[in-house]
Write a protein that binds this ligand. Structure first.
Ligand code: SF4
Length: 234
């Protein structure tokens, strides 16, 4: 054996591959609410493999989440109530479902508050360039806030906590529940669901807005989108 007979890197890719779930029509994840609607549409019709690099990145993000969970559970300044808790919000004929990262109780200005924690790991060494939470993340935490209840209390505060993967430098933002944001989030999902059940291709949302076009750089459906291709229904 000279070291090239066995590829140890494949062990990692094989392990991560089994964790990939395809999204369904009628069930939508909070993390996709802010994404390009056409991309979310394609994801439900066109089988695509998540690139290995992306799966590894997700795993690395999980490890950061695990670290923050350890921090929360060992602190005597906050009480960790739950983590990875599944939830579902039914709206008409579709549902928004997912898992909340962590729910804690912390005393803020003399009041015990129920707080949803959403950890976002980012590439690189610094978080200094992040001046506000990403709109996708603001949308994402709203269903979490809506779904979180504890001993008759509901949560109205979320913390979006950015952690740099290379250094664990961090920056957090507090987001308050805003019914207008929740309504806008549901409206976006409704639009996507409507296109899916009627099988009409949504507009190329990200491409149409210059400040959103960065999404197209990472889109696995760029070729189909450019051709305005509407996949066959199965
Ligand atoms: S290429 Fe851009 S506009 Fe088209 S589906 Fe992908 S993200 Fe959306």
């Amino acid at each position: 054996m000279d070291g090239s007979d066995f590829n140890f890197s494949d062990l990692i890719d094989d392990f991560l591959k089994t964790k990939n779930n395809s999204p369904k029509i009628g069930v939508y994840w909070p993390s996709e609410i802010g994404a390009c609607i056409r991309q979310s549409y394609y994801k439900r019709f066109l089988p695509h493999e998540m690139p290995k690099e992306k799966l590894r990145m997700f795993k690395s993000a999980d490890l950061v989440h695990g670290f923050i969970r350890e921090v929360l559970s060992s602190s005597n300044k906050v009480k960790l109530l739950s983590w990875e808790k599944p939830f579902s919000i039914i709206c008409d004929d579709f549902e928004i479902s997912g898992r909340l990262d962590d729910v804690i109780i912390a005393e803020i200005a003399g009041r015990e508050e129920l707080i949803v924690i959403e950890v976002k790991s980012i590439s690189g060494k610094s978080v200094a360039h992040i001046s506000a939470p990403k709109i996708d993340h603001v949308y994402q935490v709203h269903p979490y806030l809506r779904a979180t209840r504890y001993e008759g209390r509901s949560a109205s505060i979320a913390v979006i906590w950015y952690i740099a993967r290379d250094t664990y430098a961090d920056r957090f933002f507090t987001v308050f529940y805003d019914q207008r944001v929740m309504d806008a989030a549901i409206a976006r999902v409704k639009t996507l669901h409507g296109h899916l059940i009627k099988h009409t291709l949504p507009p190329a949302e990200a491409k149409n807005f210059p400040h959103e076009s960065w999404r197209c750089w990472f889109c696995p459906f760029e070729r189909e989108c450019r051709a305005d291709y509407n996949p066959e229904m199965k």
